[in-house]
Design a binder for this molecule. Structure first.
Ligand code: SAM
Ligand code: SF4
Length: 321
């Protein structure tokens, strides 16, 4: 489906839960549970599959499951296997913190997952514990190995760039792409929901990071990519920059989002939400389809964060990134 600004919308991100087994400081409030969405408000598998089916019928070809942490949703592998049966869906991917990948990678591959994005902001176990409020980095490293063995590749590594926290490790992330076919992506800190970084860490622009690595060569314009891709000469992998704030990625945006409590978000950086749960619970499949078409019509040309738009009031774990 083509939106009002000529962009082909073929990608649906589905947040299957707002719950998580970590509490990253830039994403979730420390209390975690007290703000969670009640179970009755979370879409069932049947409801998620109805949205996916309707989405496929209007031209969505790729689905990414996210969260919260998608791998903690009970029986998520079954959901994926059923989604994989939907005509028109060519690719199912997952964005995960990687903690459970060690035990789930093989099953995910069998169910139909093509590849995974794994979030990792540091290689230092202490710093990992600090930023995730208690996580054990060994689980993620095991998860990465398992994902590679299962063929959930090429693996993307999502690294939120934070001045004063991981800027001393950027070189290590970039160098990793020399020997591994990883797609490392630096993500600029976004002013979304709950940011509890304290005074010590803060925003650093991707432009500044790129300036630290003059040896990186541009891979040229990428269709349907929110990242500007670069490569070290002769490296296996690539280095990408997702710059929501300093550089609009809106011109190549090809997606809509479904939250775990049944809202369609036409734009990540806007508070506009369109309720699909009520239609799922009281309407027909045709109504769901029409609502999706209407949602694509609500996509804006570009976000207004730099022009003083209201901050996003959902925490990132309730959107899915
Ligand atoms: N739990 C999974 C994970 O961490 O990959 C999936 C959900 S998480 C909300 C999706 C992505 O959003 C992660 O890569 C995370 O680093 C990123 N993220 C969360 N809060 C962010 C923020 N305030 N600014 C930039 N990226 C953020
Ligand atoms: Fe959980 Fe992902 Fe948010 Fe971290 S970024 S708290 S892993 S949802």
């Amino acid at each position: 489906m083509i939106d009002n600004f000529g962009r082909e919308i073929n990608y649906l991100r589905i947040s299957v839960t707002d719950r998580c087994n970590l509490r990253c400081r830039y994403c979730m409030p420390p209390e975690g549970c007290s703000h969670l969405i009640p179970h009755s408000e979370i879409l069932t598998f049947e409801e998620i599959l109805r949205v996916a089916q309707a989405a496929a019928s209007i031209g969505i070809r790729k689905i990414r499951l996210t969260g919260g942490e998608p791998l903690i949703r009970h029986s998520v592998v079954d959901l994926i296997a059923r989604m994989n049966e939907i005509d028109g869906i060519d690719e199912i991917d997952i964005t995960t913190n990687g903690v459970l990948l060690g035990s789930m990678a093989e099953d995910l591959k069998r169910a139909g997952v093509r590849r995974v994005n794994v979030s990792l902001d540091t290689f230092d176990p202490e710093k990992y514990r600090l930023i995730t409020r208690g996580g054990d980095i060994r689980n993620v490293l095991d998860g990465l190995d398992a994902a590679e063995k299962a063929g959930l590749t090429p693996i993307k590594i999502n690294c939120v760039a934070l001045r004063g926290f991981n800027d001393d490790e950027f070189k290590k992330f970039v160098e990793l792409t020399r020997e591994k076919d990883y797609r490392v992506r630096f993500i600029e800190l976004m002013p979304i929901g709950h940011n509890d970084l304290g005074g010590d860490f803060g925003f650093i622009s991707n432009q500044e990071i790129l300036g630290m690595f003059p040896e990186l060569e541009s891979c040229g314009p990428q269709k349907f990519s929110v990242a500007d891709e670069y490569r070290l000469p002769d490296a296996e992998g690539t280095v990408g920059f997702i710059s929501a704030l300093s550089h609009h990625f809106c011109a190549t945006c090809n997606k809509i989002r479904l939250t775990s409590d049944g809202k369609i978000k036409p734009c990540l950086h806007s508070n506009e939400e369109i309720d699909v749960k009520n239609v799922l619970r009281n309407g027909t499949d045709e109504d769901v389809r029409n609502l999706l078409i209407n949602s694509v019509g609500h996509k804006v040309a570009h976000h207004m964060l730099n022009e003083g738009a209201a901050p996003i009031n959902r925490d990132m774990n309730k959107i899915g990134g």
